[in-house]
Design a protein around this ligand. Sequence first.
Ligand code: NAG
Ligand code: NAG
Ligand code: NAG
Ligand code: NAG
Ligand code: NAG
Length: 942
Amino acid sequence: MLSCLLPLSLPALAAAQTVLDLTQVPWTLTEPTHNISIVGKVPSQAHLDLLAAGVIEEPTYGQNEIKDRWVANANFTDPTQETHLVFDGIDTFADITFCRQWIGSVDNQFRSYTFDVSSTLKSCTGPPQLKLDFTSSTSKAATANETYQCPECLGTRFEFPGRQFIRKEQCDYGWDWGPGFAPTGIWQPARIVQLPSDGIYVQNTGVDVYRQGQLNNIPPDQKQPWVLNVTLDYLGSLPDNVAVSTDICDENGDTLFKGSLEDIKMVGNQLSGNVTIDQEPKLWWPVGHGAQQLYNMTLTVTSGSNAQLAIATTRIGFRTIVLNQTPVSEEQIAKGIAPGNNWHFEINGQDIYSKGSNVIPLDPFWPRVTKEDIRDLFQSAVAMNHNMLRVWAGGVYLPDFVYDLADEMGLLLWTEFQFSDALSPVEPKFVSNIAAEAGEQVRRLNSHPSTALWCGNNENGLLLLLLELFDQSLYPAGKENFEKVFNEILVHAVFENSRSLSYLPTSTSNGYKSFDRSRERPFEIRYQDDLYAPDLAPGAQFSDNDFYNYNTSQAFTQSTYPVGRFTNEFGFHSHASYQTYVKSLPASQLSFNSSDILARNRHYETSYADLVNNAQKFDPGNQTAKSLTGQAQMSSGAALYFPTPHKQPSSPSAALFSGPNAQFAAEIHATQLFQAAFVRAQIDFYRRGAGYPERNLGALFWMLGDTWAAPTWAALNVDGRWKPLAYAARAAFESVVAAPFVDDQHGIVTWSVSSDAWAEVAGTARLEWYTWSGARVETPHAWTREVRVGATNSSALQGWEVVETLRAALPGAVGILTLDVTLEGSGERFESQRAWTPHFLSHASQVDVMVDPELDVAYDAKASAEAGEGESVFTVTAKALAGHVWLEEPEVAGKGYWSDNSFWMLPGKTSVTWTSYGRGKVDVQDWAGEVKIGSVWDLTTP
Ligand SMILES: *[C@@H]1O[C@H](CO)[C@@H](O)[C@H](O)[C@H]1NC(C)=O
Ligand SMILES: *[C@@H]1O[C@H](CO)[C@@H](O)[C@H](O)[C@H]1NC(C)=O
Ligand SMILES: *[C@@H]1O[C@H](CO)[C@@H](O)[C@H](O)[C@H]1NC(C)=O
Ligand SMILES: *[C@@H]1O[C@H](CO)[C@@H](O)[C@H](O)[C@H]1NC(C)=O
Ligand SMILES: *[C@@H]1O[C@H](CO)[C@@H](O)[C@H](O)[C@H]1NC(C)=O
């Protein structure tokens, strides 16, 4: 129970519109079974209040997740007071009492709730008390199916059963990368609003920005003027004859547009109207393709007698974004594009290559995630050359401040309705709950230019595919359930509230056979059976895919990679970084397969039988055997492709891997190098696909950040520290890149250059060969070639070579390709280097001839003084060729990243810049001497 006693005499508030912020009043959290009565907070969750009160320890430390499991199953109470009571979010099941009267029950974490308590307040005796009685979600979820009786409601089960039957963050019940705390509480701000007799309180200002005539999912006519459709969700009542004036200005305060909304409609507590903008504003572009122009918009609501009833402000950007899934035209086929359907994003009418990754919750407890945390995460994403993030469906709808930051930083957010790897009931009450949730979320996120798409769910199409393949008895019901939720309820929630955004029924599918928005089910979805239709064009491509392969012996076998128009998920897991583990694990647990680490490896294979049997994937008492499989995948990947570490604890302290845990630190690094190499090889492959018949126009790897310190797929550790994968993504997502491709069927290697620039690039590529001591090898296999790549395309560097021939001719040598190209028009230059060895670095022909490069790193005070804000320059020197040079910042450096890391260098000097995100900044002088440096050579030596 969470309760608060409102200290205020509420009638005093009623004089004018008054808002009492419930995050500022004292709350008490009580729980009878454990005799708990402590100070509570809003927004918060019970775990966080118990932590602050010293009742439990940090939940993500050691195995506290399991030790303090009682919290997930407990029923808490929160006591507090209005007139309109407004909750932005309650997690999840609570009965709300005000002035000792029941005012309502809530059951959906993803909706806001408002209660008119005017009459309750009038009859209140004593100070008004607001009380929320929470029921543990785990007990609700466990019994919900007794009501629904839904046999086709299959879903992967992690730590608690029944997540698909409740509307709560799905990964609160565990996931294959994270813990399951099933938290409870008022997780979003709450307030009491008292209205004057003639005024309203605007809860949400939604602005849908589109080109006249635009409709969802169809590329609009870019020559049409812009239309703004404004929707205000409000509390209170309005007279019949209201007017809404609007004023739009840029960051300098210069007016773009002044006018009044037309066609004003009032339905329920929504006021809507539209206006056509006769000026051509500056467009908003994603990062890398132009500026992020934003405009402030002020809306003034007045009555017929001109009395001002409300003022609302919001920020908008002008852009069109469409997920183009239209059939491939004859003209496109003539250009070499495979028949079928398109599947790519178009921004302001231009095809864009989507580069990025997937986002999961940053913390198991959202109330402690700050704006700064998100800014740091996005700063990393931009530095990793991302232009898109996929907001994955097993978390929450992210708050507005997240979209504000994405608007400012130019990141497109592929946004999903929160349904993941499970089919939910279609019972009428459940369906109306999710329809209300969806409509509210679409209106809330409409005005953000960063909102790129509404997608129905994560991987439910794949779940349905499992049914289709393995269980014909459940398939018809499962398909009907899927169609109802994802091709009817949610699609209409989008189309009724937005014309600017495309809808995609599920993250991975075979696309659609036809689309007609006037149908009750607008998409005629292409199911698996449809792929066997006899009239399908050979080589036809319809959509996107996701791809995982844990057979590490195939990691670089190009023919195992999927060929499609877009790849929305792909990745591999690695250990968290050593410095990150240290903060979350006792010293005794710092080894590869310690019991705490095994308990944190939640990656087990799922079979169809597990799904039908509702089998628990994580068993707190018996995780070892299952976890060892995931652990072994990491070590086998490292061992197959990188030198195997065998460290002595006595390594000198300056070495990259030193101290009593040197062996573990080196093993961690090897798993991370493998993860980075595997993901990079795939990014290269998908990007090259831009110039292939599949016309691949997107690669979003799994996944950007972590939720705790554990073996996971993340590129960034939970504390923000970059893994090698983050640097590999930064390099692989450069606008123009060169990459080697080994065709495993013919044993040949070719190099190709990919570009996502919107103009042609031209220049040269030069391949040279070196020994590990750094000497250039004179060989006919060295060459210089001309490069020319069209807009958003790829092109092969002429010629190919037989890998076996290179292995014989150049044993133990390293090929380094230098790319130097210029963008037509702007003259912008792209330079990069890429190393490739005919044998993997684990092979004796490489390991046996590696030389100690005697790496050194030194702070360059003079260059740093001339560098930008937050930047510090370091000089790296090498005496021999060094592979995967790794600079490791000490913990005190705080969050930031190196301009390059895990790079190759020839003997000599190079400069590397550290960019600090600046929070709690420690002067670089204080830590510059603690930067460690090493390379792949350090794995080979004791
Ligand atoms: C919490 O409430 C539910 C529903 O009333 C009940 O089944 C469960 O036993 C309660 N849990 C505890 C720990 O009291
Ligand atoms: C839900 O109930 C149905 C019908 O009783 C049953 O067949 C199904 O296995 C249950 N599903 C889950 C996930 O509990
Ligand atoms: C919008 O208004 C805010 C607050 O007045 C101001 O800080 C910001 O610069 C403005 N932005 C734009 C794009 O006009
Ligand atoms: C504005 O809304 C009205 C009523 O919905 C509609 O008829 C009209 O076409 C809209 N105007 C524009 C420019 O879209
Ligand atoms: C404007 O949006 C509202 C809901 O958000 C919708 O009911 C209305 O039809 C829209 N108007 C137009 C012209 O699209």
